[in-house]
Design a protein around this ligand. Sequence first.
Ligand code: SF4
Length: 98
Amino acid sequence: MGRKTANVVMSCAFGEDAIAVDTHVFRVTNRLGLADAPDVLKTEQQLMVNIPKDQWSRAHHWLIYHGRQVCAARKPACDRCTLTPWCEYYNGNPKGKK
Ligand code: SF4
């Protein structure tokens, strides 16, 4: 079982606090500036610091949903995104990854 799957199982099946980083979570959090990391493991470690522990599981689901519905990989829908005031990518910060 991969790390992401293990975290999802711990979170969803056993109610443990965990944050699983998949491609959506990786992309969205690095664009927003919640993380500034080159890979999913470092992103997970940074999110565990930057997001309150009791919000990890909810944040995981919110971020995946946002990545699927708004902040798509090839063409993020910034024109209808409510997070533009806080998004490094949108605001031109070079750390915000594409
Ligand atoms: S403003 Fe654009 S890049 Fe930033 S989170 Fe929203 S859709 Fe993604």
